[in-house]
Design a protein around this ligand. Structure first.
Ligand code: B1M
Length: 220
């Protein structure tokens, strides 16, 4: 029941109401993951459909995005501590961003949340990040992993351009790269020199773990 209410709050843009609902859900023993998947993301799916069909417009979608961020703020400490309190830098560093020209950040923020929850240090460079910005972040942060998010057909090619920029800067081989977002699929990442496709934030977490294991195996 509460999951349905949360979905509805996302659809209706009810920022205030959703706080109480999310807390009530936690009190009822619903896991943060379930609140996210079956409450918030289920609502966001409806928003996406309505937006596509011109039943919802940008201001309303932005309100839904605010509701989503509100719930994420409530769930973040729970999801992050579900790792058992391991130090956030213990598993490796991920430089994460949304590619140039693209303002969508909800999926990226979820990926960030899940990675932090799994014990990674996440350097979130934000939205609308050029290939050059990714290169600079890699040179500065020396991560094991680079993650790119793209939601638009027009911005997806920036993923390939970023991979090329990393190659030109001589840092491509020092990192594993993953990408995700509504317009990305396995074929796209294969064609663009990306190491893995993340269909969801949970998958991104598993991939990051796998990358780190591979790096460790290669080192031993
Ligand atoms: Co935009 N938008 N939007 N939008 N928007 C889409 C993406 C669209 C599919 C809607 C539609 O037509 N059905 C469409 C793109 C069509 C296309 O190119 N093929 C679209 C469009 C066209 C646009 C504008 C051009 C609209 C306009 O202005 N006319 C404009 C572009 C602005 C820009 O970026 N330059 C625009 C604007 C906006 C808003 C600002 C209103 C808002 C963004 C708010 C924000 O992010 N702060 C918005 C929203 C909210 C959407 C929809 C409705 C929802 C996206 C979302 O947040 N989903 C979206 C419709 C849809 O996707 N069905 C749409 C929830 C989120 C959790 O899912 O981001 O897919 P997602 O992330 C998932 C996975 O993909 C994965 O994990 C996440 C969690 O499981 N994942 C990764 C994501 N990144 C990953 C990275 C990884 C691994 C996994 O590794 C690093």
């Amino acid at each position: 029941m509460i999951l349905k209410k949360i979905s509805q709050a996302v659809i209706e843009g009810d920022v205030e109401g959703v706080k109480e609902m999310a807390n009530q859900g936690l009190e009822e023993g619903i896991t943060p993951q379930q609140l996210l998947d079956d409450g918030v993301l289920a609502g966001m799916e409806v928003v996406g459909e309505r937006f596509k069909n011109f039943d919802m417009y940008i201001p309303e979608v932005l309100k839904s995005a605010r509701v989503m961020h509100t719930v994420m703020d409530i769930l973040r400490p729970k999801l992050v501590s579900s790792d058992g309190g391991e130090s956030s830098s213990s598993k490796g560093t991920v430089v994460l961003g949304t590619v140039e020209g693209d303002m969508h950040d909800i999926g990226k923020n979820l990926v960030s949340l899940m990675l932090e929850g799994a014990g990674f240090k996440v350097v979130d460079i934000g939205i609308d990040q050029s290939p050059k910005s990714f290169v600079e972040a890699v040179e500065k942060e020396k991560p094991q992993i680079v993650g790119m998010s793209a939601l638009l057909t027009t911005t997806a090619p920036k993923i390939g351009e970023t991979v090329e920029a990393l190659k030109e800067a001589g840092v491509r081989d020092s990192v594993k790269i993953m990408a995700g977002g509504a317009v990305i699929d396995q074929a796209f990442v294969d064609e663009n020199g990306v190491d893995a496709y993340g269909p969801s934030a949970t998958a991104a977490m598993d991939i990051a773990q796998q990358f780190v294991n591979e790096v460790k195996q290669n080192a031993s």
